[in-house]
Design a protein around this ligand. Structure first.
Ligand code: GDP
Ligand code: IMO
Ligand code: MG
Length: 438
């Protein structure tokens, strides 16, 4: 013990990677438990910037075992490229371990993802087109290819045939495409399997052993609670469950192994892709915050949509994930705003005030946020390292969020660099705080 879970509490890109990186050095293991290379986790170390998509954000520490858990969907080509890229940055990733039960994103998953979006036209989800949805769909249909299948030619070929058969009509436009040639595809994926073979291991046992020996295991979430396929703004969601409970299912740990749960919350909101976003801003303010916060996707390079912080959505996420602590990121980006708006409720067109996240999506689509305005600050806060270093208005904003969310803020981000954080008393007293010795 302990098992520490880190999840996004908004629509993704809250800064999960930075928090995992901060906690990873003294940890025994970091395990990714869902999602795939739709994720993009950026970490800044000194002058060096790393972008992780599949590799857990703990790989920079040789003493920490990094694990891709059974709940992740793996595009082997992307993973091998990521490992090659890390090698050029002198990162030794030979210790990476991959679950034999993780599902493989195949070329037809990527084609189907693109075709599905094209078919939806103006109703498209805005997926990352990385094949995530079709891969999870095949997993549920029991037509998936698992990492272990890449090690046996006979099994792999049989499974590809079975997976392709019901997709024949949808894949007709590509029937002459070389990437879908059965023999060529089998050979290519067998080769990926050979290259990944040294990394394939019983990852569930690795997680159990680390926990049972009293070690620290970090469970690294991708995406975020409001993109959860069950609890998010369906169908404008990802195809997995980014809520904290999945940390157990997607790694093989048990629910009682999850000792402390951190939700990462941006001091404002962003969203990539389509779907309801009640506090969304447009115009110059959105552009200003997008520029200041460098809000462009790590994976697809798309501009992120920008909005004020939304307490209705955050209270919902905090309860769904039973958050113990919040890591509030990017407070520095709000510097210079005269007024900081906080959505405390939604108003329906019928005039009803909602303080609880509506279960009916049509209500959410039509709801207008009700704001409380707080005073901003103009002082540069990027060098602040204690709460006392912050201007009073910034401290008041933090205290207000903590009070309204009913969840302690353990850490505050004031810049992208690893040392640009403020640990609060609650953070220092947490398992995470004690593990890193702050
Ligand atoms: P993730 O997907 O949740 O890991 O987040 P991303 O890496 O996609 O996006 C977060 C971005 O914000 C990254 O570029 C980080 O380097 C950066 N970042 C993280 N924390 C802070 C912070 O406190 N202030 C600022 N200005 N940038 C931050
Ligand atoms: P991290 O881990 C932000 C969004 C996509 C799209 C929807 C479905 O960096 O926070 P998908 O390709 O998953 O089928 O797309 O989910 N999305 C993300 N948005 N951050 C992410 O990951 C995301 N991963 C998926 O933009 O709206
Ligand atoms: Mg991201």
């Amino acid at each position: 013990m302990p098992g520490i879970v880190i999840v996004g509490a908004q629509w993704g890109d809250e800064g999960k990677g930075k928090l995992v990186d901060l906690l990873a050095e003294p940890a025994d293991a970091v395990v990714r438990f869902q999602g795939g290379n739709n994720a993009g986790h950026t970490i800044v170390h000194g002058d060096v910037k790393y972008a992780f998509h599949l590799v857990p954000s703990g790989i920079l520490y040789p003493g920490t075992t990094c694990i891709i858990g059974n709940g992740v969907v793996v595009d082997p080509e992307v993973l091998l490229n990521e490992l090659a890229q890390l090698a050029t940055q002198d990162v030794d990733s030979s210790g990476l371990r991959i679950s034999p039960n993780a599902h493989v994103i195949m070329p037809y998953h990527k084609l189907l993802d693109q075709a599905g979006e094209q078919r939806l036209g103006k109703n498209q989800i805005g997926t990352t087109k990385r094949g995530i949805g079709p891969c999870y769909a095949d997993k549920s249909l029991r037509l998936g290819i698992r990492i272990q299948d890449l090690l046996e030619e006979r099994i792999l070929k049989k499974k590809i045939v079975a997976a392709l058969e019901p997709k024949e009509r949808l894949l007709r436009p590509w029937q002459r495409d070389a990437v879908l040639d059965l023999q060529a595809m089998t050979e290519r994926y067998l080769e990926f399997g050979e290259r990944l073979r040294p990394h394939i291991a019983d990852t569930t046992a690795l997680v159990w052993d680390a926990l049972d020996a009293g070690g620290t295991v970090l469970f690294e979430g991708a995406q975020a609670a409001l993109l959860d396929i069950d609890h998010g703004t369906y169908p404008f969601v990802t195809s997995s469950n980014p809520v904290s409970g999945t940390a157990a299912v997607g790694s093989g740990a048990g629910p009682k192994d999850l000792d402390e749960i951190w939700g990462v919350v941006k001091a404002y909101s962003t969203r990539v892709g389509s779907g309801p976003f009640p506090t969304e801003l447009d115009g110059t303010l959105a552009d200003e915050l997008r520029d200041k916060g460098a809000e462009r996707g790590t994976t697809t390079g798309r501009d992120r949509r920008i909005g004020w912080i939304d307490l209705v959505a955050l209270r919902y996420a905090a309860r769904l994930c039973t958050l113990d602590l919040i890591c509030l990121t990017k407070l520095d980006v709000l510097t210079g705003q005269d007024v900081i708006r906080v959505a405390t409720g939604y108003r329906t067109p019928e005039g009803e005030l909602l303080e609880r996240y509506p279960y009916n999506q049509s209500v959410l689509h039509r709801a207008e946020p009700v704001y409380e305005d707080l005073p901003g600050w103009s002082e540069d806060i990027t060098a602040a390292r204690t709460l006392e270093d912050l201007p009073q208005a910034a401290r008041d904003y933090v205290a207000y969020l903590e009070d309204r969310l009913g969840t302690r803020i353990g850490m505050i981000g004031v810049g992208p660099a690893q040392d640009q954080v403020i640990w609060t008393d609650a953070g220092r007293a947490s398992q995470a705080g004690r593990t890193v010795g702050v």
